[in-house]
Ligand binder design. Structure first.
Ligand code: BDR
Ligand code: CA
Length: 321
Protein backbone atom coordinates (compact mmCIF):
# COMPACT_ATOMS: atom_id res chain seq x y z
CA UNK A 1 0.00 0.00 0.00
CA UNK A 2 1.31 3.50 -0.80
CA UNK A 3 1.76 5.99 2.05
CA UNK A 4 -1.40 6.79 3.92
CA UNK A 5 -2.79 10.31 3.64
CA UNK A 6 -2.63 11.97 7.06
CA UNK A 7 -5.83 13.72 8.09
CA UNK A 8 -7.30 15.55 11.07
CA UNK A 9 -11.10 15.40 11.23
CA UNK A 10 -12.58 18.53 12.86
CA UNK A 11 -16.17 17.75 13.73
CA UNK A 12 -19.39 18.37 15.68
CA UNK A 13 -21.14 14.94 15.60
CA UNK A 14 -24.01 14.87 14.38
CA UNK A 15 -25.26 11.71 12.63
CA UNK A 16 -23.73 12.66 9.28
CA UNK A 17 -20.43 13.51 10.97
CA UNK A 18 -20.61 10.05 12.54
CA UNK A 19 -20.94 8.36 9.16
CA UNK A 20 -18.01 10.42 7.87
CA UNK A 21 -15.84 9.38 10.81
CA UNK A 22 -16.76 5.71 10.30
CA UNK A 23 -15.87 5.96 6.60
CA UNK A 24 -12.48 7.49 7.44
CA UNK A 25 -11.72 4.91 10.13
CA UNK A 26 -12.66 2.15 7.68
CA UNK A 27 -10.32 3.38 4.95
CA UNK A 28 -6.75 2.08 4.91
CA UNK A 29 -5.59 4.92 2.65
CA UNK A 30 -6.22 7.41 5.46
CA UNK A 31 -4.33 7.86 8.70
CA UNK A 32 -6.59 9.68 11.15
CA UNK A 33 -4.05 11.57 13.26
CA UNK A 34 -6.79 12.85 15.52
CA UNK A 35 -10.40 13.89 15.77
CA UNK A 36 -10.83 17.46 17.00
CA UNK A 37 -14.25 18.44 18.28
CA UNK A 38 -16.00 21.77 18.15
CA UNK A 39 -19.33 23.14 19.31
CA UNK A 40 -21.89 23.09 16.50
CA UNK A 41 -24.79 20.72 16.03
CA UNK A 42 -24.81 20.33 19.81
CA UNK A 43 -22.61 21.85 22.56
CA UNK A 44 -18.98 20.73 22.93
CA UNK A 45 -19.44 18.28 25.85
CA UNK A 46 -21.76 16.29 23.58
CA UNK A 47 -19.72 16.53 20.39
CA UNK A 48 -16.54 15.25 22.08
CA UNK A 49 -18.48 12.49 23.81
CA UNK A 50 -20.19 11.52 20.55
CA UNK A 51 -16.85 11.37 18.74
CA UNK A 52 -15.64 8.83 21.30
CA UNK A 53 -18.89 6.84 21.04
CA UNK A 54 -18.32 6.63 17.27
CA UNK A 55 -14.67 5.53 17.60
CA UNK A 56 -15.71 2.76 19.98
CA UNK A 57 -18.50 1.70 17.63
CA UNK A 58 -15.88 1.48 14.88
CA UNK A 59 -13.73 -0.73 17.10
CA UNK A 60 -11.01 1.98 17.09
CA UNK A 61 -10.77 3.11 20.73
CA UNK A 62 -7.12 4.06 20.23
CA UNK A 63 -8.14 7.01 18.04
CA UNK A 64 -7.18 10.30 19.68
CA UNK A 65 -10.12 12.63 20.34
CA UNK A 66 -9.59 16.25 21.43
CA UNK A 67 -12.03 18.88 22.68
CA UNK A 68 -11.68 22.33 21.15
CA UNK A 69 -13.61 25.57 21.13
CA UNK A 70 -16.97 25.64 22.92
CA UNK A 71 -18.27 28.78 21.17
CA UNK A 72 -17.76 30.69 17.93
CA UNK A 73 -15.04 33.38 17.75
CA UNK A 74 -17.32 36.32 18.48
CA UNK A 75 -20.93 35.15 18.55
CA UNK A 76 -23.28 33.09 20.67
CA UNK A 77 -23.43 29.43 19.67
CA UNK A 78 -26.33 28.34 17.45
CA UNK A 79 -27.06 24.60 17.62
CA UNK A 80 -29.17 22.22 15.52
CA UNK A 81 -31.02 19.89 17.89
CA UNK A 82 -34.04 20.33 15.60
CA UNK A 83 -32.14 18.25 13.04
CA UNK A 84 -29.90 15.97 15.09
CA UNK A 85 -31.92 15.52 18.30
CA UNK A 86 -30.99 16.36 21.88
CA UNK A 87 -27.85 14.24 21.98
CA UNK A 88 -26.70 15.04 18.44
CA UNK A 89 -26.68 11.31 17.76
CA UNK A 90 -30.36 10.51 18.30
CA UNK A 91 -31.67 7.39 16.56
CA UNK A 92 -30.09 4.60 18.59
CA UNK A 93 -28.95 4.39 22.20
CA UNK A 94 -25.24 3.53 22.37
CA UNK A 95 -23.13 2.99 25.51
CA UNK A 96 -21.22 5.88 27.04
CA UNK A 97 -17.60 5.81 25.89
CA UNK A 98 -14.84 4.35 28.00
CA UNK A 99 -11.91 5.56 25.89
CA UNK A 100 -10.35 8.78 27.22
CA UNK A 101 -10.62 12.30 25.89
CA UNK A 102 -7.12 13.65 25.24
CA UNK A 103 -5.97 16.29 27.74
CA UNK A 104 -4.57 18.59 25.04
CA UNK A 105 -6.80 21.31 23.58
CA UNK A 106 -7.81 20.58 19.97
CA UNK A 107 -6.34 23.87 18.73
CA UNK A 108 -2.97 23.09 20.28
CA UNK A 109 -3.08 19.62 18.75
CA UNK A 110 -3.78 21.06 15.28
CA UNK A 111 -0.91 23.57 15.58
CA UNK A 112 1.55 21.07 17.04
CA UNK A 113 0.72 18.42 14.43
CA UNK A 114 1.08 20.77 11.48
CA UNK A 115 4.44 21.96 12.81
CA UNK A 116 5.68 18.44 13.56
CA UNK A 117 4.70 16.72 10.31
CA UNK A 118 6.48 17.45 7.03
CA UNK A 119 5.04 20.50 5.24
CA UNK A 120 2.23 19.65 2.83
CA UNK A 121 1.44 16.25 4.33
CA UNK A 122 -1.55 16.92 6.61
CA UNK A 123 -5.08 17.47 5.31
CA UNK A 124 -7.68 19.14 7.53
CA UNK A 125 -11.24 17.86 7.19
CA UNK A 126 -13.65 20.29 8.86
CA UNK A 127 -17.19 18.91 9.18
CA UNK A 128 -18.59 21.61 11.47
CA UNK A 129 -18.21 25.31 12.22
CA UNK A 130 -14.66 26.47 11.47
CA UNK A 131 -13.86 27.83 14.95
CA UNK A 132 -11.03 25.41 15.82
CA UNK A 133 -9.31 25.79 12.46
CA UNK A 134 -9.58 29.60 12.46
CA UNK A 135 -8.32 29.81 16.04
CA UNK A 136 -5.32 27.68 15.10
CA UNK A 137 -4.61 29.91 12.07
CA UNK A 138 -4.93 33.07 14.18
CA UNK A 139 -2.59 31.79 16.89
CA UNK A 140 -0.05 30.24 14.54
CA UNK A 141 -0.17 31.87 11.09
CA UNK A 142 2.90 29.81 10.08
CA UNK A 143 0.77 26.66 9.86
CA UNK A 144 -1.19 27.91 6.81
CA UNK A 145 1.65 27.15 4.41
CA UNK A 146 2.16 23.69 5.96
CA UNK A 147 -1.43 22.48 5.29
CA UNK A 148 -1.72 20.03 2.39
CA UNK A 149 -5.36 20.90 1.85
CA UNK A 150 -8.52 21.88 3.72
CA UNK A 151 -11.42 19.73 2.48
CA UNK A 152 -14.53 21.02 4.19
CA UNK A 153 -18.29 20.61 4.27
CA UNK A 154 -19.94 24.00 4.26
CA UNK A 155 -21.66 26.67 2.24
CA UNK A 156 -23.84 26.58 -0.85
CA UNK A 157 -24.35 28.45 -4.08
CA UNK A 158 -27.28 27.10 -6.12
CA UNK A 159 -28.93 25.61 -3.02
CA UNK A 160 -28.34 28.85 -1.05
CA UNK A 161 -29.16 28.20 2.63
CA UNK A 162 -30.44 25.60 5.07
CA UNK A 163 -30.28 27.37 8.45
CA UNK A 164 -31.34 30.73 6.97
CA UNK A 165 -32.57 31.48 3.43
CA UNK A 166 -29.01 32.56 2.58
CA UNK A 167 -26.62 30.51 4.72
CA UNK A 168 -25.57 26.92 5.32
CA UNK A 169 -25.29 25.88 8.99
CA UNK A 170 -21.53 25.33 9.41
CA UNK A 171 -20.62 28.69 7.89
CA UNK A 172 -23.51 30.55 9.54
CA UNK A 173 -22.56 29.44 13.06
CA UNK A 174 -19.12 31.06 12.82
CA UNK A 175 -18.83 33.31 9.75
CA UNK A 176 -15.78 35.16 11.13
CA UNK A 177 -13.98 31.82 11.44
CA UNK A 178 -15.00 30.86 7.92
CA UNK A 179 -13.67 34.15 6.60
CA UNK A 180 -10.27 33.48 8.21
CA UNK A 181 -10.16 29.99 6.71
CA UNK A 182 -11.18 31.04 3.19
CA UNK A 183 -8.54 33.79 3.23
CA UNK A 184 -5.71 31.69 4.71
CA UNK A 185 -4.03 30.79 1.42
CA UNK A 186 -4.05 26.99 1.89
CA UNK A 187 -5.62 24.88 -0.89
CA UNK A 188 -9.35 24.56 -0.13
CA UNK A 189 -11.94 22.11 -1.44
CA UNK A 190 -15.58 22.86 -0.57
CA UNK A 191 -18.35 20.25 -0.39
CA UNK A 192 -21.37 22.58 -0.26
CA UNK A 193 -25.09 21.79 -0.10
CA UNK A 194 -24.99 21.77 -3.92
CA UNK A 195 -23.21 18.42 -3.63
CA UNK A 196 -24.57 17.10 -0.36
CA UNK A 197 -28.22 17.57 -1.34
CA UNK A 198 -27.46 15.06 -4.11
CA UNK A 199 -26.01 12.52 -1.65
CA UNK A 200 -29.44 11.38 -0.45
CA UNK A 201 -30.34 8.19 1.33
CA UNK A 202 -33.20 6.10 -0.03
CA UNK A 203 -35.08 3.11 1.38
CA UNK A 204 -32.73 0.77 -0.48
CA UNK A 205 -29.62 2.61 0.71
CA UNK A 206 -30.77 2.55 4.34
CA UNK A 207 -31.51 -1.17 3.96
CA UNK A 208 -27.97 -1.54 2.62
CA UNK A 209 -26.70 0.04 5.86
CA UNK A 210 -28.89 -2.26 7.96
CA UNK A 211 -27.63 -5.29 6.04
CA UNK A 212 -24.11 -4.52 7.32
CA UNK A 213 -25.46 -6.17 10.44
CA UNK A 214 -24.71 -5.86 14.14
CA UNK A 215 -24.85 -2.65 16.13
CA UNK A 216 -22.86 -0.90 13.41
CA UNK A 217 -25.47 -1.58 10.71
CA UNK A 218 -28.32 -0.73 13.06
CA UNK A 219 -26.63 2.53 14.10
CA UNK A 220 -26.10 3.65 10.51
CA UNK A 221 -29.67 2.82 9.54
CA UNK A 222 -31.27 4.37 12.64
CA UNK A 223 -29.16 7.53 12.50
CA UNK A 224 -30.05 8.17 8.89
CA UNK A 225 -33.72 7.34 9.51
CA UNK A 226 -33.77 9.84 12.38
CA UNK A 227 -31.86 12.52 10.50
CA UNK A 228 -33.90 12.22 7.29
CA UNK A 229 -37.23 13.19 8.87
CA UNK A 230 -36.11 16.82 8.93
CA UNK A 231 -35.05 17.02 5.27
CA UNK A 232 -37.97 14.95 4.01
CA UNK A 233 -40.39 17.36 5.72
CA UNK A 234 -38.52 20.49 4.69
CA UNK A 235 -37.36 19.77 1.16
CA UNK A 236 -39.51 16.83 0.11
CA UNK A 237 -36.30 14.87 -0.46
CA UNK A 238 -36.62 11.11 -0.57
CA UNK A 239 -34.07 10.73 2.23
CA UNK A 240 -31.32 12.33 4.25
CA UNK A 241 -28.41 14.21 2.71
CA UNK A 242 -25.17 12.66 3.97
CA UNK A 243 -23.37 16.00 4.04
CA UNK A 244 -20.18 15.27 5.94
CA UNK A 245 -19.34 11.83 4.44
CA UNK A 246 -18.90 13.65 1.11
CA UNK A 247 -15.67 15.15 2.51
CA UNK A 248 -14.15 11.74 3.18
CA UNK A 249 -15.65 10.39 -0.05
CA UNK A 250 -13.82 13.13 -1.95
CA UNK A 251 -10.49 12.21 -0.34
CA UNK A 252 -10.96 8.56 -1.28
CA UNK A 253 -12.40 9.00 -4.77
CA UNK A 254 -12.12 12.57 -6.10
CA UNK A 255 -13.16 11.31 -9.54
CA UNK A 256 -16.71 10.91 -8.20
CA UNK A 257 -16.98 14.71 -7.80
CA UNK A 258 -16.77 17.75 -10.07
CA UNK A 259 -16.89 21.51 -9.67
CA UNK A 260 -15.08 24.76 -10.39
CA UNK A 261 -12.03 26.52 -8.97
CA UNK A 262 -13.50 29.90 -8.06
CA UNK A 263 -13.42 32.79 -5.61
CA UNK A 264 -15.47 32.28 -2.46
CA UNK A 265 -15.98 35.04 0.12
CA UNK A 266 -17.96 34.93 3.33
CA UNK A 267 -20.61 37.49 4.34
CA UNK A 268 -19.93 38.57 7.93
CA UNK A 269 -21.93 41.82 8.19
CA UNK A 270 -25.43 41.74 6.77
CA UNK A 271 -28.07 40.42 9.18
CA UNK A 272 -30.04 39.28 6.14
CA UNK A 273 -27.34 37.18 4.51
CA UNK A 274 -24.94 36.48 7.39
CA UNK A 275 -22.76 33.42 6.69
CA UNK A 276 -23.55 33.29 2.98
CA UNK A 277 -20.79 31.81 0.83
CA UNK A 278 -20.58 34.35 -1.98
CA UNK A 279 -19.31 32.02 -4.68
CA UNK A 280 -18.18 33.64 -7.94
CA UNK A 281 -19.41 30.67 -9.98
CA UNK A 282 -19.70 32.71 -13.17
CA UNK A 283 -16.38 34.53 -12.77
CA UNK A 284 -17.89 38.00 -12.75
CA UNK A 285 -15.82 39.66 -10.01
CA UNK A 286 -12.23 39.32 -11.17
CA UNK A 287 -11.34 38.19 -7.62
CA UNK A 288 -8.67 35.49 -7.44
CA UNK A 289 -9.96 31.91 -7.09
CA UNK A 290 -9.31 30.47 -3.62
CA UNK A 291 -11.36 27.25 -3.53
CA UNK A 292 -12.39 24.25 -5.56
CA UNK A 293 -16.18 24.50 -5.12
CA UNK A 294 -17.86 21.21 -6.00
CA UNK A 295 -21.39 20.80 -7.30
CA UNK A 296 -21.53 17.28 -8.79
CA UNK A 297 -21.35 13.79 -7.29
CA UNK A 298 -21.78 10.27 -8.66
CA UNK A 299 -24.30 9.34 -5.96
CA UNK A 300 -24.71 5.58 -6.64
CA UNK A 301 -20.92 5.07 -6.68
CA UNK A 302 -20.56 7.14 -3.51
CA UNK A 303 -23.12 5.06 -1.59
CA UNK A 304 -21.64 1.81 -2.88
CA UNK A 305 -18.18 2.83 -1.61
CA UNK A 306 -19.53 4.15 1.70
CA UNK A 307 -21.49 1.00 2.51
CA UNK A 308 -18.78 -1.41 1.38
CA UNK A 309 -16.08 0.41 3.33
CA UNK A 310 -18.01 0.77 6.58
CA UNK A 311 -19.00 -2.91 6.44
CA UNK A 312 -15.30 -3.78 6.82
CA UNK A 313 -15.42 -2.37 10.37
CA UNK A 314 -17.58 -5.37 11.28
CA UNK A 315 -14.79 -7.70 10.14
CA UNK A 316 -11.49 -6.16 11.30
CA UNK A 317 -9.38 -8.73 9.45
CA UNK A 318 -10.83 -7.74 6.08
CA UNK A 319 -9.24 -5.03 3.93
CA UNK A 320 -11.24 -2.71 1.75
CA UNK A 321 -10.52 -3.35 -1.93
C1 BDR B 1 -23.95 20.65 8.09
O1 BDR B 1 -24.58 21.08 9.28
C2 BDR B 1 -24.71 20.03 10.20
O2 BDR B 1 -26.00 19.97 10.68
C3 BDR B 1 -24.28 18.76 9.48
O3 BDR B 1 -23.57 17.92 10.37
C4 BDR B 1 -23.41 19.26 8.36
O4 BDR B 1 -22.05 19.36 8.77
C5 BDR B 1 -24.97 20.71 6.97
O5 BDR B 1 -25.42 22.01 6.80
CA1 CA C 1 -21.22 18.38 10.87
Amino acid sequence: MSAQRKIIIDTDPGQDDAVAILLALASPELEVLGITCVAGNVPLPLTEKNARVICELAGKPGTRVFAGCDAPLSRALVTAEHVHGKTGLDGIALPDPVMPLQAQHAVDFIIETLRAEAPGTVTLCPLGPLTNIATALQRAPDIASRIQSIVLMGGAYFEVGNITPAAEFNIYVDPEAAEIVFKCGAPIVVLPLDVTHKALTSRARVQGFRDIGGTLGEALASWTEFFERFDVAKYGHEGAPLHDPCVIGYLLAPELFAGRFINVEIETQSPLTLGMTVADWWGVTGRAPNALFLDQIDTPAFFEMLTRRIATLNAPAATAP
